[in-house]
Design a protein around this ligand. Structure first.
Ligand code: BYC
Length: 312
C-alpha cells in the first residue's frame, strides 16, 4: 500500500472526511461524481412537477410557500453541482449528460402532478423519503457532499412539514378535498418506496459504497425506516396507504409491506415513465433558452479580466 492509499484508508477507518485535496482511488471519485450528479439532476428536474402548480396555487400563502420550496430545490442543485466540481467534474458537462439522457435522475420525478393535493403529498412522502435517505449522507466520507447535505436536510424538513400541513388543512376541508388527498396518496406511495433504489440483492453499488462509507445503510434498510415512519403519519392524517399487506410485525419490530412493482421501476429508470420525455425536453429547452445568459456572462468575465490585465 502506498502512503496515499494508506492515508485514504486511515481516513475512512477513523470516520474522518476526505477533502478535495486528498488522494482517492479512481473508483471512489467516479462513484462520488455519479451519485452527486444524479442527486443534483434530481433536484433540478424535481423543480418541474411542483413548479407546474405555482401559477395555480389556491392562495397567496400557498403560492409563497411553493415558490420558496422550488427555489430551495434550485439551490440544492447548485450546491451539489459545486460539490461535484471539487472532484474534477465540469458542471456544463454534467448538464449536457442530463439533457442527452446519459445520466440518471430520481425515478420519482417522472410521475405527473394531477391536482394540488399532489403538492402536499410530494412534501409529505417524497421529501420524507428524501430526508430518510439523506440524513445518513450528512456522515458521508466525502466532506463537501456531507456538508452540503446538512443544509439540504434542514431545508427538506421545512418542505416535508409544509406538505403535511397542506394535507392536514385539506383533510379538515370538504369531502372532495379529502378525496383529492387520498387519490394523491394512492398515486405517490409506491413510487416513493422506489426512490430508495433496487432491493439489496439487486443493487450493484451498495456494497462498495458502504465499504467507502459513502452509503451508511442499504436501500432496503432505509426503505423500511421510511415505511415505519409513514404509517403513523398516514393514520394521524386520516389517509390510507394503498397496500393491503401493510401490518405491524411484532417479531421484527417493523411494518411488513407488499411487493414493489420492480418492472415499473426499471421502465421508469430506462426512460419509459409517464413524464420522462417531457421532463428532459423541458430541461433542454430551458438550457437552450439560457444560452444568451451564459454567453453574456462569459463575455463580461473576459472583458473584466482584460481590463484588470491592462491595469496591472
Ligand atoms: N431512480 O446500486 P444502486 C429530492 C440507479 S432529490 C433512478 O442501489 P446507489 C427532491 C442507481 O443510480 C432525491 N435511478 O445505486 C428534489 C444505479 O444506476 P447507475 C434524489 C435509481 O447509487 C426535489 C442503479 O439504479 N436523492 O430529494 O448505490 C423535490 C443501481 O442502484 C434510483 C438522491 O439522489 C431511483 N430511485 O443507490 C423533492 C440521494 N435508485 O448509476 C425532493 C443520493 C437507484 O449504476 N443518492 N437508481 O447506472 C443515493 O442515496 C443513491 O444514489 C441511491 C441509489 C440510494 C438513490
Amino acid at each position: 500500500m502506498t502512503d496515499l492509499q494508506e492515508h485514504f484508508q486511515r481516513t475512512l477507518d477513523r470516520d474522518q472526511r476526505l477533502e478535495p485535496r486528498d488522494w482517492v482511488p479512481d473508483g471512489y471519485r467516479k462513484t462520488m461524481i455519479r451519485q452527486i450528479a444524479q442527486h443534483a439532476h434530481s433536484e433540478i428536474i424535481g423543480m418541474q412537477p411542483e413548479g407546474n402548480w405555482i401559477t395555480r396555487a389556491p392562495s397567496l400563502r400557498r403560492k409563497a410557500i411553493l415558490l420558496a420550496k422550488v427555489q430551495d430545490e434550485a439551490g440544492h442543485g447548485l450546491y451539489l453541482y459545486s460539490a461535484a466540481e471539487t472532484l474534477g467534474a465540469e458542471r456544463a458537462e454534467l448538464t449536457e449528460k442530463l439533457i442527452d439522457g446519459k445520466q440518471k435522475y430520481s425515478s420519482i420525478f417522472n410521475y405527473p402532478t394531477l391536482n394540488f393535493a399532489d403538492v402536499g403529498v410530494i412534501g409529505w412522502l417524497v421529501d420524507g423519503a428524501a430526508i430518510c435517505n439523506q440524513v445518513p449522507l450528512c456522515r458521508c466520507s466525502y466532506g463537501p457532499y456531507a456538508r452540503a447535505m446538512i443544509r439540504i436536510c434542514k431545508e427538506e424538513s421545512f418542505h416535508q412539514r409544509q406538505g403535511y400541513e397542506l394535507l392536514m388543512t385539506m383533510m379538515r376541508g370538504t369531502d372532495a378535498q379529502r378525496r383529492m388527498v387520498q387519490d394523491a396518496t394512492d398515486r405517490w406511495w409506491w413510487p416513493s418506496l422506489m426512490m430508495f433504489g433496487p432491493p439489496d440483492g439487486d443493487s450493484p453499488n451498495t456494497e462498495q459504497s458502504m465499504a467507502w462509507k459513502i452509503k451508511r445503510h442499504t436501500n432496503d434498510e432505509l426503505r423500511q425506516r421510511f415505511v415505519d415512519m409513514s404509517v403513523p403519519q398516514a393514520e394521524a392524517l386520516g389517509a390510507t396507504l394503498p397496500d393491503p399487506s401493510l401490518c405491524w410485525n411484532a417479531e421484527r419490530g417493523h411494518y411488513d409491506f407488499g411487493e414493489i412493482d420492480w418492472s415499473e421501476f426499471k421502465q421508469v429508470v430506462r426512460g419509459n415513465g409517464p413524464c420522462n420525455a417531457q421532463r428532459v425536453a423541458h430541461r433542454r429547452a430551458a438550457h437552450d433558452n439560457g444560452a444568451w445568459v451564459r454567453e453574456a456572462a462569459l463575455a463580461h468575465a473576459a472583458k473584466h479580466s482584460a481590463r484588470e490585465e491592462a491595469a496591472a
